[in-house]
Design a binder for this molecule. Structure first.
Ligand SMILES: N[C@@H](CCC(=O)N[C@@H](CS)C(=O)NCC(=O)O)C(=O)O
Length: 236
């Protein structure tokens, strides 16, 4: 059976990583059987990041390539009757979330000082206290380096939150009164949109982005609908 290598559940979410939620949501929506293998050290994975899958001897890291592989193998199970142009819009929306919005989430979780105790406990709680503190400092240093390299780390708190809030505004306007980002049916894009919306709505840390998102009734209703349909064990 297909193995999904991902982190353990956290924060009342199927996964602390939106990339892992995305892949698991795809597998569930497409009705593909899988079993989970827990990742404790993503550095040991093929790309040094989670998720990855192993399927019939193929090891595939990166949510984008995993979903490409599954689409090829299973004949685009979530494509429905979407046009190429609609799929192109979905592609652009997904990239916004993965390549831009994601970094605001990383910033809020790892850099805002008052959020440190929650993150330390969630990710390193099983370690003895002095080691936990040290491991957190080393991990946070790595995250800071990544944020700086990507560029988000060079912005002020207000700028980072502003950008992510405008991403939430865009999501709300794009969804409008449709039940899914795919229209009448959940499509591949919904695996990404639900992953980010859930990650912010259930943010375990102080989050200005969460506060903003919660003012968007259609996104909150979408979140509840998707959790009920895809991850009922996490539905409110
Ligand atoms: N492009 C990758 C990104 C995966 C990713 O960034 N995973 C993070 C968790 S959210 C990770 O494993 N980070 C561990 C690290 O960088 O050491 C994908 O789409 O799967």
């Amino acid at each position: 059976m297909l193995e999904l290598h991902q982190f353990r559940k956290q924060f009342d979410l199927p996964n602390p990583s939106p990339f892992c939620i995305k892949v698991e949501a795809f597998l569930r929506l497409a009705g593909i059987e899988y079993e989970t293998q827990l990742v404790t050290d993503p550095g040991k994975g093929p790309n040094g990041k989670a998720p990855w899958i192993i399927d019939e001897g193929n090891t595939i890291p990166d949510s984008r390539f995993i979903i490409d592989y599954l689409n090829r193998k299973h004949g685009d199970p979530l494509k429905g009757d979407l046009s190429d142009q609609q799929l192109a819009h979905h592609h652009a929306l997904g990239r916004m979330l993965d390549e831009s919005t994601y970094w605001a989430m990383v910033y809020e979780r790892w850099i805002i000082p008052e959020n440190a105790p929650t993150i330390k406990e969630a990710f390193f709680g099983s370690l003895p206290a002095p080691v936990r503190k040290l491991v957190f400092i080393v991990a946070q240093r790595g995250v800071k380096r990544s944020l700086h390299g990507q560029g988000t780390g060079r912005l002020s708190n207000d700028e980072i939150c502003h950008l992510a809030k405008t991403d939430m505004d865009a999501l709300s306007l794009i969804l409008g009164d449709q039940p899914y980002f795919g229209g009448k049916k959940a499509a591949e894009i919904d695996t990404t949109t639900m992953a980010y919306i859930a990650s912010f709505i259930k943010s375990p840390v102080k989050s200005a982005i969460q506060d903003h998102l919660k003012t968007k009734d259609n996104l909150v209703a979408y979140h509840q609908r998707m959790m009920k349909e895809v991850f009922p064990e996490f539905a409110a």
